[in-house]
Design a protein around this ligand. Structure first.
Ligand code: NAD
Length: 510
């Protein structure tokens, strides 16, 4: 698994530079002049410096976004928005290789995977383009009188604050940009400290494609300062947060200042259930990659792997074989299957979960070590599997956000359901079986916002993903997603022009 890796040939104009925020379509230096490094997690080396922003930077970005919202942008016609989406589509398509390589170096995701996100991103942009013509209210019947027409109309909520995690910027951004641009909102994005480069470059491309000044702005910096300031800001009408439960709770509390609309997508400890009749050729790689994808740093990672006891040992053997075949290394190497963790802090956190599992009674069957040699400067850890895991152990209860699978056997469907639901989280989940009735019982019984059958982590912008319990609320993508960037107005039109109908309180008269 530990390989010699050739040096990366890719370079980028950002590298070695001190970058600014992106406010009003222009690079703006941080007001306080403070910077922080963007680090390649495969080597520990600094790629560039990004602003360590402050409240003043957030104030400027929110004022800029407000000004853009008050201007012609929020009144653009659907076809104008649609055309903009098409230009953005083409700009992203033309520049995707660059975005993918930049992302791979900035956060470590294997290049095959980041390049593979191209189709996803382009399909998402196309989906949101179609939504520009779908925004409308209803004409509703009323009991006031025949001379009165009543209806609802939809209007953009205004300035959105978007606080992002670092794990999938190439994909995660469209959940925010799609609704914003389709509806005429404007936005201030706060990328995660560890994944700012992709966000800056992608937003630059939006402007190259013709985005009006100030519609999308980026303020980089830390969660406790920039993120908190955005969540509290009286000039922000809606906050969309994706990240940990701990930070999500702070965002919800801060948003009360001006009663913002809030959407929070938080952590998970997703159940992945393998029945004895599973299509094993799919279930083995599927269950492994449900965790090893992005080095376990995916909110929906299927880290609690429930395997029917009569196939448990054989399944674990195959899972171990698969894990040992994983090529771990820098994401930029074309044959890498799994890259590094994002940071030293994340590596320490994951290793502390691994080190704590055996003393609690779990059996380490493969992996469990940090990689050394040529990889010692990066934050690499082996694909790791624990067996004999009890549901009450720490590794079975807490989100690790690393490549660690906890295998737990079960005997009956009822037991599988009980174990799957024994968690504070409710994000993703899956079942592997060829019995459709059994699959339906799992779909109906497992309490999660997103569920897969004989696949994992599949995602489509038109279908979306949701969460429940501590995993948050609000959903991304799907029919109700664009709605969440709009507010609804109830309209009463008196077209009788007679003195019979008083101009006020007509409905209450009777
Ligand atoms: P994090 O909570 O540390 O950071 C997320 C973002 O919130 C970052 O931009 C950070 O700077 C900001 N932030 C931190 N404290 C803040 C505060 N007090 N106020 C405002 N903003 C603050 O999470 P992370 O480490 O970047 O990402 C990992 C977590 O995100 C995991 O728990 C994962 O499950 C979750 N996640 C969830 C989804 C989902 O859709 N449900 C998607 C990706 C990641």
């Amino acid at each position: 698994m530990n390989r010699q890796i050739p040096a990366a040939a890719f370079t980028h104009p950002y590298f070695g530079q001190a970058l600014g925020h992106l406010i009003g379509g222009r690079s703006v230096p941080p007001a306080a002049g403070r910077m922080m490094p963007a680090i390649d997690p495969a080597t520990g080396k600094t790629l560039a410096h990004i602003p360590d922003g402050t409240v003043e930077d957030v104030d400027l970005a929110v004022a800029t976004a407000r000004q853009a919202f008050e201007g012609p942008w929020s009144k653009w016609l659907p076809w104008e928005r649609h055309r903009l989406f098409m230009r953005i589509h083409d700009a992203i398509e033309r520049n995707f290789d660059e975005l993918a390589h930049l992302t791979t170096l900035d956060i470590g995701t294997p290049i095959g995977k980041t390049l593979g996100m191209k189709q996803y991103a382009l399909k998402a942009i196309t989906y949101f383009a179609t939504q520009t013509t779908n925004i409308g209210g209803q004409t509703l019947p009323n009991s006031i009188g025949t001379g009165v027409t009543t209806m609802t109309v939809k209007a953009p909520v205004g300035v959105v604050g978007g606080i992002l995690p670092w794990n999938v910027p190439l994909v995660g951004l469209w959940w925010l940009l799609g609704g914003t641009l389709a509806t005429g909102c404007t936005i201030v994005l706060k990328p995660a400290e560890y994944a700012t480069l992709t966000v800056l470059r992608l937003v630059e491309l939006l402007y190259e494609a013709g985005l009006p000044e100030g519609v999308v702005n980026v303020v980089s910096g830390r969660g406790g300062t920039v993120g908190q300031a955005l969540a509290e800001h009286p000039g922000v009408d809606r906050i969309v947060f994706t990240g940990s439960v701990e930070a999500g709770k702070k965002v919800i509390m801060a948003s009360a200042s001006n009663v913002k609309r809030v959407q929070v997508e938080l952590g998970g400890k997703s159940p992945d259930i393998v029945f004895a009749d599973a299509p094993m050729q799919l279930a083995v790689p599927g269950a492994a990659m449900a965790v090893y994808n992005n080095c376990g740093q995916v909110c929906t990672a299927g880290t609690r792997l429930f395997v029917e006891r009569r196939v448990h040992d054989a399944f674990v053997d195959e899972l171990v074989r698969f894990s040992r075949g994983m090529r771990v290394g820098p994401g930029i190497a074309p044959d890498t299957d799994m890259g590094p963790l994002i940071s030293q802090a994340q590596l320490d956190r994951v290793m502390s979960y691994i080190d704590g599992a055996t003393p609690q009674g779990a059996t380490l069957v493969t992996g469990g070590k940090r990689l050394g040699g040529a990889l010692s400067q990066g934050y690499f850890v082996e694909p790791t599997i624990f067996c004999d895991v009890r549901p009450d152990m720490t590794i079975a209860r807490e989100e690790i956000f690393g490549p660690v699978i906890s295998v737990i056997p079960f005997d009956t469907e009822e037991e599988a359901l009980r174990l799957a639901n024994d968690t504070v989280y409710g994000l993703g989940g899956a079942v592997w079986t060829q019995d459709l009735s059994k699959a339906m019982r799992m779909i109906n019984g497992v309490r999660t916002g997103t569920f897969w059958v004989n696949c994992y982590d599949w995602m489509d912008a038109g279908v979306g993903m949701n969460g429940c319990k501590l995993s948050g609320y609000g959903g991304k993508g799907g029919p109700s997603h664009v709605e969440s960037f709009l507010y609804q107005k109830s309209v009463y039109i008196n077209h009788t022009y007679t003195s019979d109908t008083p101009p006020a309180g007509a409905g209450l008269r009777a």
